[in-house]
Design a protein around this ligand. Structure first.
Ligand SMILES: Nc1ncnc2c1ncn2[C@@H]1O[C@H](COP(=O)(O)OP(=O)(O)OP(=O)(O)O)[C@@H](O)[C@H]1O
Length: 317
């Protein structure tokens, strides 16, 4: 469990993280999203004691990271896969980490096998490809068998096999009851991997909800209703409008409703005795839902190609 309370970090006049209050629960993968500069890395760095909050607290299993006697046994992290001594072998790197955290060195070979690096364990980490470096970073995160895992952009630069491997690893870590907190800019990947979504913009919390709810709440998610009885369909429309749902009639026998669910429309139709010939949902993609959510919090935005201007900074509204 990770608990953030009013967590705040300023760099000069920039408030990178702004009174963030949040609980990241065990047993599921929580995707951490936000536009560039939203404060994701800074939040992760504060959880790991690498940046000091100006105010508020970040606790891992109820304690500040810096008070943990053997931190790797509580929380494992992959922040920057290049943060490895290039002259050391993968095995020597992990062995040094294990020793400094009171972890039996026999564990090193186990994690090397888990991440598929056994064969190259004696090679210098500096000679590793990007994907091998990511795997080594993940081996380090898993070394202490921690209950909490934090990954910052773990699939950056990986090939499709590597991406799938990380997805399956994160799912299995969560299924074992661990807390898995992962940032990414790849929406399709987050949609496949995460259960819960935390979105921040300009350092502030925008959303903390299950992915399915975020998608259902998008204005681009719509329920389509077909009925052979226009008058009855009109009654259904009136009732939905009274509930402040957005209803768009298509001809006399069809409605497209947003801000609702199939269950709500189906139940209402049943209650009003409306005969239905079709009830289906057209789901927004996570990317569409995310873009709607972050529309107001983009810090840097480009102009359409051809407009010949440079990216501009948008001031807070
Ligand atoms: N060490 C630092 N010194 C000064 N400003 C910083 C520092 N670290 C981060 N910032 C600023 O804090 C804000 C949040 O940055 P952060 O890297 O946490 O965002 P992010 O959401 O991880 O972005 P990205 O998706 O681009 O990685 C940005 O405005 C950034 O420029």
């Amino acid at each position: 469990m990770i608990t953030l309370t009013e967590l705040t970090k300023r760099f000069g006049t920039t408030t990178a993280v702004d009174a963030l209050t949040l609980e990241i629960a065990p047993g599921r993968v929580t995707g951490f999203l936000g536009p560039n500069g939203a404060g994701k890395s800074t939040t992760m760095r504060m959880i790991l004691g690498l940046d000091r909050p100006d105010s508020g607290t970040a606790l891992v299993d109820g304690r500040p990271y810096l008070t943990l006697r053997h931190p790797l046994r509580v929380v494992g992290a992959l922040l920057d896969a290049r943060a490895v001594h290039p002259g050391r072998s993968a095995r020597a790197h992990l062995t040094a980490m294990a020793r400094s955290n009171g972890i039996p060195t026999g564990r090193v070979d186990e994690v090397l096998a888990t991440v598929g690096l056994t064969e190259v364990a004696g090679r210098r980490a500096g000679s590793f490809s990007l994907g091998m470096g990511q795997r080594l970073g993940i081996a380090g995160a898993l070394l202490g068998d921690p209950g909490v895992l934090i990954f910052d952009e773990p699939v950056n630069g990986l090939d499709p096999d590597g991406v799938r491997w990380i997805r399956e690893l994160m799912r299995s870590l969560a299924a074992e009851g661990r807390t898995v907190f992962v940032s990414s800019h790849l929406m399709s990947e987050v949609q496949l991997t995460a259960d819960q979504l935390v979105v921040i913009g300009r350092g502030r919390l925008i959303t903390d909800a299950p992915i399915a709810e975020v998608i259902a709440a998008s204005s681009l998610t719509a329920v389509r209703v077909l009925s052979p009885e226009p008058a009855a369909l009109g009654r259904l429309r009136d009732r939905l409008v009274a509930r402040r749902r957005t209803v768009e009639p298509v001809g006399v026998d069809e409605l497209v409703v947003t801000g609702t669910t199939v269950a709500e429309v189906g139940d209402l139709a049943h209650e009003l005795g409306v005969r239905l010939h079709g009830l289906s949902v057209r789901e927004a993609s996570l990317e569409q839902a995310y873009l709607e959510l972050t529309d107001n919090s983009l810090q840097f935005t480009g102009s359409p190609v051809g407009a010949a201007t440079h990216p501009t900074r948008i001031e807070a509204r």
